[in-house]
Design a protein around this ligand. Structure first.
Ligand code: MRU
Length: 331
């Protein structure tokens, strides 16, 4: 499997090869590939690689070796539920295919997960753009584009569709400390698409809302609980609070593979904490005072009450809550 190394974008477009599940799990953990749907898709292909490898090497006990690899993939990152959702789909295919056709069936499933995500992105693009009226700027956070998904994007997909419909004049993108997904990846994707983009430090968001009056904040999600609480990149919650204060609309765009109806509220969503060096250093060089430590949660939870709309490939949930999410899934 070939992955574009997102850690070195936009300075270098470098591709890395992966041949086994431990390598793929490491690529996810180290952020070579990131973004909830992209993590799920990558893990699904990781299962295909692992199955082929173990089937060829140890054909009698290959299922046990594969189970260990699936466990490894599941441990790569904790918050994005798409990872576990994709691995469960692969596991189901494994359970249902007991003959040699299993390898083809696994590849077929991984390709389906990938294709379905792209199709979901395009649907969400249309539904989300439909919510935007008039013409104006929007604010986004982190990277939710082609790099973070099967292709096109969740929040960035809505932005792409709405820009094409001439509803968006300009995109403001948070630089998104500490990994700078906004500055490095979102800006890269938007510049390639010739969509005007201006970066801001997260701390400038309140002033931006007061002076530039964006119509919407549009973000993605890593896990949505049954009551509509949303876990997404750290800083999303602050944006939602600021948006409410300034009368700016707040939209979350995520496929149904990001919704975890088994989790009652955001309080139960596992939040990933990463190495403090990610904050203390920049580009491998220490920037913080020697002796200082860092607190580095990389996701936060936005309460459903601060969200105006959740957009999935099935449609729009306005003012999300328990009943509306249940209704969305039963339709
Ligand atoms: O740590 P990352 O870069 O994987 O975090 C990504 C995000 O938080 C995205 O907003 C989310 O996964 C949605 S991507 C379509």
């Amino acid at each position: 499997m070939t992955l574009l190394d997102q850690r070195v974008l936009p300075l270098s477009e470098s591709y890395r090869q992966y041949h086994d599940a431990p390598g793929v799990a490491d690529a996810i953990r180290q952020m070579v590939v990131r973004g909830a749907p992209a993590i799920g898709i990558t893990a699904a292909y990781g299962v295909v690689l692992a199955a082929r490898q173990h089937f060829a090497n140890t054909s009698k006990t290959w299922r046990e070796s594969l189970a260990a690899d699936i466990k490894l993939l599941a441990q790569s990152r904790p918050t994005a539920v798409n990872l576990f959702w994709a691995l469960e789909r692969m596991q189901r295919v494994l359970n249902e295919n007991t003959d040699t056709s299993v390898l083809d069936a696994l590849l077929h499933e991984a390709l389906a997960i990938h294709d379905e995500d792209i199709a979901a992105n395009f649907s969400m693009g249309e539904y989300g753009a439909g919510l935007i009226s008039g013409q104006g700027s929007v604010l986004t956070h982190c990277n939710t584009g082609s790099l973070a998904t099967g292709g096109y994007g969740t929040a960035l997909g809505v932005i792409r569709s709405a820009y094409r419909q001439e509803k968006i004049t300009e995109v403001f993108a948070d630089e998104t400390r500490p990994w700078l997904q906004g500055a490095r990846l979102t800006a890269w994707e938007l510049v390639k698409d010739k969509i005007p983009v201006r970066l801001l430090a997260e701390g400038a968001a309140a002033s931006l809302m007061r002076s530039e009056r964006p119509g919407w904040v549009i973000v993605g999600a890593d896990r949505i609980a049954a009551n509509g609480d949303v876990a997404n990149k750290i800083g999303t919650y602050s944006l939602a609070v600021l948006a409410r204060q300034h009368g700016v609309n707040f939209m979350v765009v995520a496929p149904t593979s990001t919704v975890d109806m088994s989790i009652a509220s955001g309080e139960d969503i596992p939040i990933e904490y990463r190495d403090e060096q990610e904050l203390l250093q920049l580009g491998g060089n220490r920037i913080a005072a020697e002796g200082a430590h860092a607190w580095n949660p990389v996701f936060d939870v936005t309460p459903a009450g601060l969200i105006d709309a959740i957009v999935t490939e099935r449609g729009v949930i306005l003012q999300p809550d328990n009943d509306r999410l249940l209704k969305h899934f039963s339709e």
